[in-house]
Write a protein that binds this ligand. Structure first.
Ligand code: MCA
Ligand code: AMP
Length: 461
């Protein structure tokens, strides 16, 4: 799709959206999603991107919470009954209409509401203002010397920050190109990077699969394609040093990492002209203040650059969200009085300011395939299954996914426990396929302390 086509199709659609309140976008990895989001941005109408694989319970929550007036979808998309009450607007990528210049909304007005998981309860909608998106993308322009000549290749989903904001709005803001693979494959990456692609964005699972493929048949073509890229960028979760080194050994190129969050957009990154040190996520991006803080709120000396100091990362800057939709309690808990956002990520800093993420405060947050998943939401879904009496969910290390979701289940009837597949299907249908347990372990009782609290740390395989 050319810029000219996108401008015309999005203007035609924007004309229909003006004053619509909020709109949901059925965010398939297609040009329709791009036209829908750009149209909403032009109309100044906040868009709520929906994962098309979201299950019944989670979708019902998102719709009830964000109250969109309409859902934008491709003409051929089948929408689930939960969305029946909304107006459906089919997105026409060939749409024609007057290219009226729409007034630019204020920088503080919400552009996107992106749902993100917490430790307990259903996902919260992070309100992302136009100012945050612009600031974060412009900081990446500075860090990566990102220009209109860049051709970005990726296969990230278009309902999260990584794929939608960095992966689509990023190239649009620079006037560059994006080639979305539709679905991740190492062949697709090799094909696009060897035919003009200049940058690759991916989650560590994708780089792990590239590292594996570099050991297999067709490795030479893939190695050449990766070596030819200007930048290979990983984010959304920690890139294992082993995969980093395997890719470097096979291609002579080092993957650079950047660190972000739905609520903060991008915080740190290794610069295009910086040193890609494995295991670090680089220095704070332009405009971002970052400090490490102890449990009691004490700021670590040198904002954490002292030796042997570990603290929680707090960030402040124009890249931050404005709050969680309908959740003033959660918003207040996430921010300090003077506007620092508590990330929950634990880190140390090298003497030159590079940040090394070493862990997470909450054991009940799991990062699997680059998706953030709350143990609590899965436990609640499992408890809804008639065959489950008690449930606890943990994350275990996984070479491909980073962490794998494990469900510990006390069956209602020990003689006839629900099968692993049945429970995985149940969670996939209620929440989302990427939240399904990959392993189920059956117990007679969950380990509890004297107060009756489940002792998750004693649950391991
Ligand atoms: C399997 N499937 C099922 C079931 N089992 N569907 C329904 N019920 C079941 N029981 C389907 C899945 O939906 C999927 O379909 C296919 O089978 C394979 O599933 P799975 O093994 O889970 O997928 P995968 O191929 O292993 O996915 C790996 C992946 C993916 C491609 C790396 O995890 C991914 O796209 N991750 C990106 C996450 C991301 O963008 N995070 C950004 C958020 P199908 O194959 O059709 O899909 S973090 C963020 O935004 C911050 C700001 C940041 O820092 O970036
Ligand atoms: P999300 O809420 O899905 O936006 O995920 C944000 C979380 O992903 C952060 O709080 C980090 O725990 C993690 N994350 C993102 N990028 C990186 C990275 N490069 N290295 C380690 N963790 C990361």
């Amino acid at each position: 799709m050319t810029y000219d086509r996108l401008a015309t199709a999005s203007a035609a659609l924007a004309g229909r959206l003006a004053g619509a309140g909020r709109v949901a976008v059925w965010a398939t990895p297609t040009p329709e999603t791009v036209v829908a989001v750009v149209a909403a941005l032009r109309a100044g109408v906040p868009a709520v991107p929906l994962n098309p694989k979201t299950g019944t319970r989670e979708l019902a929550h998102i719709v009830a919470d964000s109250e969109p007036t309409a859902v934008l979808a491709g003409a051929g998309d089948t929408l689930p009954p939960v969305l029946d009450a909304l107006d459906r607007i089919d997105v026409d990528t060939a749409g024609e209409g007057a290219r009226a210049t729409l007034p630019e909304p204020s920088p503080e007005s919400p552009a996107l509401i992106v749902y993100t998981s917490g430790t307990t309860g259903p996902p919260k909608g992070a309100i992302l203002p136009r100012r945050a998106i612009a600031a974060s993308l412009d900081a990446l322009e500075d860090a990566w010397q990102w220009t209109g000549d860049d051709v970005l290749v990726h296969a990230l989903p278009l309902f999260h920050v990584h794929g939608l904001i960095l992966g689509v709005l990023g190239p649009l803001r620079r006037g560059g190109s994006v080639r979305h693979l539709g679905r991740f494959s190492t062949d697709g990456v090799a094909r696009e990077l060897s035919s003009g692609g200049t940058m690759l964005f991916g989650v560590p699972t994708m780089y792990h699969r590239l590292a594996e493929a570099l050991d297999g048949p067709g490795a030479d073509g893939l190695a050449k394609a990766l070596a030819g890229a200007r930048l290979l960028v990983s984010g959304s979760a920690a890139l294992p040093v082993h995969d980093h080194e395997r890719i470097a050994a096979a291609t002579g190129r080092r993957v650079i990492e950047r660190y972000g969050m739905t609520e903060t957009l991008m915080n740190t990154g290794v610069r295009a002209d910086g040193e890609p040190r494995p295991g670090t996520v680089g220095a704070p991006l332009r405009g971002v203040e970052l400090r490490l803080v102890e449990e009691d709120g004490t700021v670590l000396p040198g904002d954490g650059t002292g030796p042997d100091t570990i603290g929680e990362i707090q960030v402040r800057g124009p890249n931050l969200f404005t709050g969680y939709l309908n959740r003033p309690d959660a918003t207040a808990a996430a921010l300090t009085e003077d506007g620092w956002f508590r990330t929950g990520d634990m880190a140390t800093r090298d003497a030159d300011g590079y940040v090394r993420i070493v862990g997470r405060k909450a054991t009940d947050l799991i990062k699997s395939g680059g998706y953030k998943i709350g143990a609590g939401e899965i436990e609640n879904a499992l408890l809804d299954h008639p065959g489950v009496r008690e449930a606890a969910v943990t994350g275990e290390p996984d070479p491909d996914l980073g962490e794998r979701i494990v469900a510990w289940v006390v069956p209602a009837d020990p003689a006839a426990p629900p099968s692993e597949q049945e429970l995985a299907d149940h969670v996939a249908a209620q929440l989302s396929p990427h939240k399904r347990p990959r392993t189920v372990r059956y117990l007679d009782a969950l380990p509890r302390n004297d107060l009756g609290k489940i002792m998750k740390r004693s649950l391991h395989g």
